[in-house]
Ligand binder design. Structure first.
Ligand SMILES: [Ca+2]
Length: 422
């Protein structure tokens, strides 16, 4: 329904920009995890042969009742798996995620590059009419839509060349997070059935993230939109479809129109780091100022974000920052999307200086910090090595408890203190 409305609304607007449409230039890609999915990295292609095995064929056949229950026809099922063999390059997947393992300043340098900012600006002009329509319809600003597009596929320059069916079948068969990949595989079959997409057209990353939006199949089914009004949802070849799909994804995850994702701030002398969540009006009263000189939002709460602790840049984040994280759970990723979007539309760089950081904590050390915080009753949930707001809150409580500056930054000093104290 929404797609039809959008199509009707923007059909005329698009005629002009579609005429000048062109593919985006290929460029260096930083593939990032798709919505709600950690993206495994491919292993070196050193494993076994890819001869079809009876086990693999038997496994695929076990999927038939599940696919059938989701409305997939036998013809579609057979077509999708015709000649599909396990992909040895996908068979073993790693867990490294650069946005959790790199210092944030290095991650931002890579993600928010000068080339990407310029390209975003060119595309903002080229697709202005489409972006006007998408913004009006979904209430998500073009800055964020463009930035997510840039982060996910380098504006369509890198969309992945792997057969998604084969990649997902391999991952589901290899029994690593098998349930997750199997559900995505069934969703991919649904796409073929319902959206009439040919299996050969379904190309994506090693982990099954597809097209310019890098949607997993379940996200495609739920959020892909037909932005150019041709009746198909084509996140591979249609820029209007990709832009509408990204905006729809963010809208459906609760994007609040008119509210910025957040902004950099300057903290006053003698700032009380123990307070990190309060209304924007209260932040103003407390002497916190935006570096761009603009006013704070009139309503809503701002969450203080100190990516490198008290010594680095400070940001106030709105609820919309959390919405961006629906695309990728990393705070670094969401900050990169927000900041890249601002820069594409002419905003200024981050003013605060990133401190020279000690070598970043290893995954084992991050997990150790989380385990030690859990043991003290300060953190619940999995020790997954991903430092997010929950871990920062726990670090802050620990710091308060130990009489340290409570900036919530998990660094080697905090680890040392955790090890030393009982
Ligand atoms: Ca379309």
């Amino acid at each position: 329904m929404r797609e039809i409305l959008l199509a009707a609304m923007i059909g005329a607007l698009l005629a002009a920009s579609a005429a000048s449409a062109q593919g985006t230039a290929p460029g260096p890609a930083t593939p990032v995890p798709p919505a709600k999915a950690a993206q495994p990295k491919p292993a070196d292609a050193t494993t076994k042969s890819e001869a079809p095995s009876p086990e693999f064929a038997r496994y695929l056949e076990t999927l038939w009742p599940k696919a059938q229950a989701r409305g997939v026809s036998r013809a579609t099922f057979d077509l999708a798996f015709q000649g599909v063999t396990p992909d040895p390059k996908v068979a073993v997947v790693g867990r490294a995620q650069s946005e959790f393992a790199q210092p944030i300043s290095a991650y931002l340098d890579g993600a928010v590059s000068g080339g990407r900012i310029r390209r975003g600006g060119e595309l903002a002009r080229q697709w202005a009419a489409t972006l006007d329509a998408v913004e009006a319809f979904y209430g998500v600003p073009r800055s964020v839509v463009l930035a997510a597009w840039g982060m996910e596929s380098n504006f369509g320059g890198y969309t992945g060349k792997n057969s998604v069916i084969r990649a997902l079948a391999t991952l589901a068969f290899s029994r690593q997070r098998a349930g997750y990949f199997e559900r995505e595989l069934i969703a991919a079959l649904e796409m073929i059935e319902k959206d009439h997409i040919r299996p050969a057209e379904m190309l994506g990353s090693w982990a099954g993230a597809m097209g310019q939006t890098q949607f997993m199949p379940s996200s495609f089914l739920a959020y892909a939109a037909d932005g150019d009004g041709d009746g198909r949802r084509d996140i591979w070849a249609s820029v209007p479809d990709a832009l509408a799909s990204i905006a729809n994804f963010l809208k459906e995850h609760g994007w609040k129109p008119g509210l910025p994702w957040g902004f950099e701030v300057v903290l006053p002398e003698g700032f009380d780091y123990a307070v990190h969540r309060r209304g924007f009006a209260e932040w103003t009263t407390a002497g916190v100022r935006r570096v761009d000189g603009a006013e704070m939002p009139r309503a809503g709460e701002g969450l203080l974000f100190l990516p490198t602790g008290a010594r680095g840049p400070a940001f106030l984040l709105s609820e919309n920052f959390v919405v961006i994280k629906a695309y990728n759970t990393s705070d670094s990723y969401a900050l990169a999307v927000g900041h890249l979007g601002d820069l594409i539309l002419g905003g200024g760089p981050i003013r605060g200086a990133w401190p020279k950081e000690a070598p970043p904590l290893s995954r084992d050390e991050r997990v150790e910090i989380q385990r030690r915080l859990s043991k003290r009753g300060l953190l619940d949930g999995d020790a997954d090595g991903r430092i997010g707001f929950k871990t920062r809150d726990a670090v802050r409580r620990f710091q308060l408890d130990r009489g340290l500056l409570p900036d919530g930054h998990a660094d080697p000093a905090v680890l040392k203190e955790l090890r030393a104290s009982r």
